[in-house]
Design a protein around this ligand. Structure first.
Ligand code: IPM
Ligand code: MG
Length: 371
């Protein structure tokens, strides 16, 4: 077979797989209001992951002491999702680890290292796909500037779903971006439902539909179809390039409320938004599906911090913000509020650099605030 024929055959398989994915995607929604036992899987991750997860576990043990004692909540430590183990096995998420993760209801996960290049998929991407975590929800708040943003990033399609399955011919490489009606409708619904339930009046749809005509064109169109079911909530369209500028434009940025956007744009703009709030160490992230959910820091495993001996200066805020989101998701509102209030009132500033406070100093203030 010629190289082109082989590439066409590979492409055909991709199309078939994607159509099958849509057919198999319906699962029952986990209802945490009546669940007798909630199992929270804990994955430490790589680099600074174990350091920040240790702090999150400490906080969970305090907040949930009663429920942990009577086993209505179980914290289940899951090992084996380390870069060393994944490379040794040649698996982005080893099967036994995935099976353990699937035995839990929700996951609190430290950042995992992704090898650049090669064919190994990011563990995050694998988990988002395997657990069908279609909504990546990232809040960013700066009360003194009137900024209260929440990003609904599509998390299972776009540039990511086939990101490790592109096609190479001599002198030519091609990756694929996938957008489905089904995948877009469910992320749009999640964003508009959030807006409706939280008294928001505006959802901004962010794409590059002038260039990515098929995929982003569909994304925009379906978002507007969904918007029609939410009278009283305005839906406006933006291109991602101007939106990155808008977020640093003080004249208009506080007017934005809820954002809905395809995967890659959501990845990029949420780092920008987190930086505006005080750095990627300051923002939490929820990956929500109907059955499972995974909560994590928005930042990576920061191998540079380990190499530079900055372990004492790691910032636990991002994973703790994610912990607040986890507690809300499993309907532990009181514990969530206690932690959120404690985080909001902390004055100690950890920057990830020697000039900032240490993680221990931060935790000392936080734990005092928790009381
Ligand atoms: C994020 C991260 C991930 C992503 C990486 C680790 C795969 O940047 O959660 O935003 O690109 O989605
Ligand atoms: Mg990112």
């Amino acid at each position: 077979m010629s190289q082109i024929d082989l590439a066409c055959a590979a492409f055909r398989t991709l199309l078939e797989e994607q159509l099958l994915r849509i057919d198999n995607a319906k699962v029952e929604k986990t209802d945490f209001t009546n669940k007798k036992v909630v199992t929270v899987g804990i994955v430490d991750g790589d680099g600074i992951g174990p350091l920040i997860l240790e702090r999150a576990k400490q906080v969970l043990n305090i907040l949930l002491a009663d429920e942990l004692a009577k086993a209505s909540i179980i914290l289940k430590q899951i090992d084996g999702l380390t870069i060393e183990n994944r490379l040794a096995l040649g698996k982005s998420v080893p099967e036994d680890v995935l099976a353990e993760i699937k035995s839990c209801d929700v996951l609190l996960k430290g950042p995992t290292t992704t090898p650049m290049g090669g064919t190994m998929e990011s563990a995050n991407v694998t988990l988002r796909r395997e657990l069908d975590l279609y909504a990546n929800v990232r809040p960013v708040c700066i009360p003194e500037e009137g900024i209260d943003w929440i990003f609904y990033r599509e998390n299972t399609e776009g540039e990511y779903v086939l990101g490790s399955r592109g096609i190479s011919l001599p002198g030519l490489a091609m990756d694929f971006k996938v957008t489905t009606d089904f995948g877009t409708r469910r992320i749009a619904k999640a964003a508009f439902d959030y807006a409706k339930q939280n008294g928001k009046s505006r959802v901004s749809i962010v794409t590059k539909a002038n260039i990515m005509k098929k995929t982003d064109g569909k994304f925009t169109q379906i978002c507007h179809e969904v918007a029609a079911d939410y009278p009283g909530i305005a839906a406006d369209d933006w291109y991602i390039d101007i939106m990155t500028a808008n977020l640093v434009n003080p004249a208009i940025r506080s007017g934005f409320q809820v954002f809905v956007l395809p995967n890659l744009y959501g990845d990029i703009i949420t780092d920008e938004a987190a930086q505006i709030q005080g750095g990627v160490g300051s923002a939490g992230s929820a990956n929500l599906g109907d059955r499972y959910a995974m909560f994590e820091a928005i930042h990576g495993s920061a191998p540079r911090m380990i190499a530079d001996g900055l372990q004492a200066y790691v910032n636990p805020v991002s994973i703790l913000r994610a912990t607040v989101m986890l507690l809300r998701h499993i309907c532990r509102q009181e514990a969530a509020q206690r932690l959120e209030n404690a985080l909001d009132s902390c004055k100690t500033l950890v920057t990830g650099e020697r000039s900032g406070a240490t993680c221990d100093a931060y935790m000392q203030e936080l734990l005092a605030n928790l009381k």
